[in-house]
Design a protein around this ligand. Structure first.
Ligand SMILES: NC(=O)C1=CN([C@@H]2O[C@H](COP(=O)(O)OP(=O)(O)OC[C@H]3O[C@@H](n4cnc5c(N)ncnc54)[C@H](O)[C@@H]3O)[C@@H](O)[C@H]2O)C=CC1
Ligand SMILES: O=C([O-])C1=[NH+]CCC1
Length: 315
């Protein structure tokens, strides 16, 4: 495509990206990534530039999928500080390029892509790591449509009850309200997680806030925050007792405070489980350390761009 890049912003990305298209592409991309086949995926560990003065960091996340003809990079800034700004703590922009000439085909909002692909990968990990005994025939009703789509897609029908904790009571309550009411806010982390089959941590905490002694044996934890080597969400006990999975081994050894500081070993990548080369220990306590992969953004951006081109050419 000649000419200036397409600019595809937030509302349009929200309209164009659907979990039912995204999830199979992510499963495939995670599997390809874990094969370490350079013709399928070339993705270095991302470049991180600390923004110490502002309590944040800047990440450059390139990926090249030769066989699929996808060349992409995401620029993302994430902050741990709390302030009065209404701007989100994680801000991202994705650029899709033509690998043949290097011209930029599209510049698109990366916040929706980041939020959706991260949630979908957590659901993929829960599908792999949650004991089958918690399955039930019908998902909990009344949840936000996004949750229902993700959980239905995977047959992860374990939502008997949803409990939410935030260090801000107002945020926990507003999140519960956004889920459609079929959830409850808890004042203590322990109350939110005790007895749970699946736990998601997605905070900007730099200290452990989920303690192993609260986690039911056999539970699955998707740990999404703590993406810097000195940040933590999970304590040493949980890291020692769990079988630990990660999206990328190399990234985990460089970026994950929960893994580096606890000395835990990464048993397998999620892609290896999806490829069938490593087992999912469903009946043990499992931790999936999510850091976020450029290849997840690349397949998401390709989906958005293909849909955008289809719509534009049919007008
Ligand atoms: N694994 C992945 O693929 C991705 C990870 N992230 C990471 O996930 C985390 C959450 O990101 P967003 O949802 O964009 O941020 P957010 O600001 O929307 O949500 C983070 C929540 O953490 C809370 N928080 C802040 N400090 C805390 C503390 N000390 N203890 C407990 N809670 C605290 C905030 O009040 C807020 O409710 C960040 O660490 C971010 O870097 C973000 C995007 C992708
Ligand atoms: O993958 C991602 O986009 C991010 N991981 C940590 C902060 C943002």
């Amino acid at each position: 495509m000649d000419g200036p890049p397409a600019v595809i912003w937030r509302e349009e990305v929200e309209r164009l990206l659907r979990y039912e298209d995204l999830v199979p592409r992510l499963e495939q991309a995670l599997g390809l990534f874990s094969r370490r086949d350079a013709a399928a995926v070339l993705q270095p560990v991302r470049t991180a530039v600390p923004l110490s003065k502002h309590g944040g960091f800047f990440l450059l996340m390139p990926a090249y999928m030769e066989q699929d003809g996808v060349l992409c990079t995401k620029l993302v800034c994430a902050y741990k500080r709390e302030d009065e700004s209404s701007l989100p703590a994680t801000q991202a922009t994705v650029m899709l390029l033509d690998p043949l000439y290097g011209n930029v085909k599209a510049v698109m909002d990366g916040e929706v892509i980041t939020a959706m692909r991260t949630a979908a990968v957590s659901a993929i990990s829960a599908k792999a790591g949650t004991p089958s005994r918690v399955s039930r025939p019908e998902p909990l009703r009344g949840l936000h449509p996004d949750c229902i789509v993700v959980f239905n897609l995977f047959n992860v029908r374990l939502l008997l009850q949803v409990r939410v904790w935030s260090h801000s009571k107002e945020r926990a309550e507003s999140f519960v309200a956004s889920l459609g009411g079929a959830a409850s806010a808890c004042v203590l982390v322990e109350a939110a997680v005790s007895g749970a089959d699946a736990i998601v941590t997605a905070t900007r905490s730099t200290e452990p806030l989920l303690l192993g002694r609260w986690v039911k044996p056999g539970a699955h934890v998707a740990a999404v925050g703590a993406c810097r080597p000195d940040w933590r969400e999970l304590d040493d006990r949980l890291m020692e007792e769990a079988v630990v999975y990660a999206d990328s081994r190399e990234a985990a050894m460089v970026e994950s405070g929960d893994i580096i500081l606890s000395g835990a070993e990464v048993f397998a990548e999620l892609g290896e489980v999806l490829n069938g080369t490593k087992p999912a220990h469903r009946d043990k306590t499992t931790v999936f350390k999510s850091l976020g992969l450029a290849v997840e953004d690349a397949v998401s951006a390709k989906l958005v761009f293909d849909q955008w081109e289809d719509r534009t050419s049919s007008v």
